[in-house]
Design a protein around this ligand. Structure first.
Ligand code: NCD
Length: 305
């Protein structure tokens, strides 16, 4: 039985198979509309979410399965002091697969170690968000036709943004990827990631100005400043509007550059950019459903053996 804790849990070959399945689901949704009949997905969300939870639920319903769960720790027995390990033992009796989001780094991993069903990390604190990464990779592969040989700019809150940490981890395994980290000094990418990039000799640079690097980018991954992970409101207010992607900034970018964003967006992409054909963040949401469908099928299959 397999779980998904980090994007590195799948080899690049396994990811290719997962993305092929997701693309087939996109083309032939009817073929998959009953494959999870009689199966149940539990969504255990101890932290707010719109997209990720609904995307999982939509994915399971599109596969003919059912969903149950909670969307707020206050509505679960966690509020009575129940441990994640106990909760997952209980959930294992009610469902066939579980997607868990938790504010504590590593909580889904603790759950997986005690679980009788596959557990998917749907975001753990500022650490990882592997299913967002699968979404990002499928979007890039579908719209660019490849997962290698490009320059990607990651912009905004690189310190607390778990989607960024997961995506860098995953992209490091592909050939010819060059990273440009665009952030204010206070929100720089963590040192442990820089250490890995240095160790693997992967090309990267850190800059503060988005304007300066815009013409170099094949992909721009914008992120929200993660208010809930700041220690004080004052710092958040000072940094929240540090980057705003506007039509004027887009005029400096390549004609085929793609703009991605895990969403929710706050102010960092002006709505006037939404109509630009290079804005891919709403398409990304749809790819997120296909890839979660493919993931549910794959992990349920692994639990059979
Ligand atoms: C992201 C998250 O939860 O980390 N959202 C998402 O799942 N699509 C990004 C964010 O909250 O900024």
């Amino acid at each position: 039985m397999r779980h998904l804790m980090s994007p590195l849990d799948f080899s690049t070959e396994e990811l290719d198979r997962l993305f092929d399945l997701a693309s087939d689901i996109e083309k032939n949704p009817d073929k998959y509309s009953k494959v999870c009949e009689g199966k149940k997905l539990a969504t255990c969300f101890y932290e707010p979410s719109t997209r990720t939870r609904l995307s999982f639920e939509s994915a399971m319903l599109s596969l003919g399965g059912d969903v149950l769960g909670f969307s707020d720790a206050a509505c679960s027995s966690a509020s009575k002091g129940e441990s994640v390990s106990d909760t997952i033992r209980i959930i294992s009796c009610y469902a066939d697969i579980c997607a868990m989001r938790h504010p504590k780094e590593g909580a889904p991993m603790v759950a997986a170690s005690k679980s009788g069903i596959p557990v998917i990390n749907a975001g753990d604190g500022g650490h990882q968000h592997p299913t967002q990464t699968l979404t990002d990779l499928l979007t890039i592969r579908s719209l660019k036709g490849r997962l290698n040989n490009f320059t990607i700019g990651l912009c905004g809150d690189l310190k607390f943004g778990r989607t960024v940490h997961s995506l860098i981890n995953a992209l490091m395994r592909y050939e010819g990827i060059s990273f440009i980290f665009i952030s204010p000094e206070e929100l720089r990418i963590p040192d442990y990631i820089i250490d890995i990039l240095n160790e693997k000799n992967i090309s990267y640079k850190e800059v503060i100005s988005l304007d300066d690097v815009m013409p170099e980018l094949d992909l721009l991954y914008m992120t929200r400043v993660q208010r809930e992970r700041f220690f004080n409101e004052e710092d958040y207010v000072r940094l929240k509007d540090f980057y705003i992607l506007t039509r004027e900034k887009m005029s400096k970018a390549k004609d085929d550059m793609l703009v991605l964003h895990p969403l929710p967006r706050v102010n960092e992409i002006s709505v006037e950019v939404d109509d630009d054909p290079r804005a891919a963040y709403f398409k990304q949401v749809q790819y997120g459903v296909y890839v979660r469908m493919a993931l549910i099928i794959t992990l349920l299959e692994s639990a059979k053996n």
